[in-house]
Ligand binder design. Structure first.
Ligand code: GCO
Ligand code: MG
Length: 401
């Protein structure tokens, strides 16, 4: 096939479960040859849609879909100012679709293009959340009985249990209130209880979601050390990453970081100085599979493992891109897993599946996932702004989500 061109780039917004998903389809001049990519930035889905429609899509049309690296480099600088989650997600939608096309042209799944399988399936961690320690232990036991050996444990979601009892200062503005000091009091006792209840073999994880002052983050990582977490996530906000050095110097709690990063270069210093153990980037936020593969190889050289972000706000196309990397990368660590409902399963035939603790990809060429556009149209997005991200301390001070 001497001449091959991108003929159209389409984006689809749909909300079959809780999150608003953005799916990109890249069409080519070869009849029947197309690729799918994930551009999901669930809180700003309309902005990504506009970026694809007005900027990244027209930039891609007419180019040879086989030249993925050149497309990615050019799309990154075409607007002169670069990075940022909106444009990176738009670029990711096309980038992943080009890898999907590349696999279809080669007759190989992406994991084969990326080096071949290091393992038949990817170990996953699942979320358990409850309102009492006892109920949390029960939820974890249920997952363990299904074969899941890595459990993320949260009490009361990201705000924590204390949020329910909290009375904001009179006159404070509306927001998602929480109390970091209360969290420090409860978390070590919670993990002591969970270890006692669940035994020594299960792997436990926890996401702080940046809701601590830096010195409190140092204290917490140290206080949780005896419970041997698989990792402690986002114990610091991206604005405070210099504090990782302080944490490292006082304890060996494994640290995972990165879902809020938008450029691999933001992560380079943490990796090169071995200040984190797991890189948790949201692949579409970095601009797709192309930058993630490079980042993962850099991490490998420094003993840092992957734990790609995999919550509900990722389309199954993005989940497939994660799992194909998980299979092919030597320094794979763990894959976060969120269970799709029936509507998602129907909309994305071929999506990866988790069974008994592991995620499996199919062996079809490319990312191996299809997309039912007609079904997607039946699940329109609710376009409201999120409220949970406006986190506030008890006196009304705005904090990070
Ligand atoms: C995680 C994340 C998510 C984010 C969500 C934001 O570790 O899974 O923290 O739950 O909060 O992706 O939209
Ligand atoms: Mg997180």
């Amino acid at each position: 096939m001497a001449d091959l061109r991108i003929t159209a780039v389409q984006s689809f917004l749909t909300q079959p479960q809780s999150a608003r998903l953005v799916v990109v389809k890249v069409l080519t001049g070869e009849p029947g040859l197309f690729g799918l990519g994930c551009a999901t930035f669930t809180q700003r889905h309309r902005a990504v849609e506009a970026a694809i429609k007005h900027h990244i899509g027209p930039f891609a049309v007419g180019k040879d879909p086989r030249n993925i690296e050149d497309f990615w480099q050019a799309a990154m600088v075409n607007g002169y100012w670069r990075n940022g989650p909106v444009l990176n997600n738009a670029i990711s939608g096309v980038d992943m679709a080009l890898w999907d096309i590349k696999g279809k042209l080669a007759g190989m799944p992406c994991y084969d293009l990326w080096g071949g399988k290091c393992r038949p399936a990817a170990a996953v961690y699942v979320h358990c959340n409850a309102t009492t320690p006892e109920a949390l232990a029960d939820a974890a036991r249920k997952r363990m009985a299904e074969g899941y050996q890595h459990i993320r444990c949260q009490l009361g979601g990201y705000p924590g249990l204390e949020a329910e009892r909290l009375v904001p200062l009179a006159g404070a503005p509306p927001g998602a209130y929480f109390d970091p000091r209360e969290r420090l009091r409860t978390l070590p006792a919670l993990f002591e209880f969970l270890r006692r209840e669940l035994g020594d073999r299960v792997e436990l994880l926890h996401d702080v979601h940046e809701r601590l002052a830096p010195i409190d983050a140092v204290w917490l990582a140290k206080a949780l050390e005896p419970y041997r977490l698989f990792f402690l996530e986002d114990v610091l906000a991206p604005e405070d990453i210099e504090w990782f050095e302080n944490i490292r110097s006082v304890c060996a709690t494994p640290l995972a970081m990165g879902e809020l990063f938008c450029h691999p270069r933001e992560i380079t210093p943490l990796v090169a100085r071995r200040l984190i153990d797991f890189i948790r980037a949201h692949p579409s936020d970095l601009g797709g599979s192309t930058p993630c593969l490079k980042l993962a190889h850099l991490c490998d050289a420094f003993g840092v493992r992957t734990a790609w972000h995999g919550p509900g706000d990722l389309s199954p196309v993005g989940v497939a891109a994660n799992v194909h990397m998980d299979l092919a990368l030597h320094n794979f660590g763990i894959q976060e897993w969120s269970f799709p409902n029936q509507a998602v399963q129907d909309m994305f035939p071929g999506l990866p599946e988790a069974r008994a603790g592991y995620a499996w990809a199919n062996d079809r060429p490319g990312l191996g996932v299809d997309f039912d556009e007609a079904l997607a149209a039946k699940f329109p997005c609710d376009d409201g702004n999120p409220t949970w991200t406006v986190a506030r301390l008890p006196d009304g001070t705005l904090w990070r989500p």
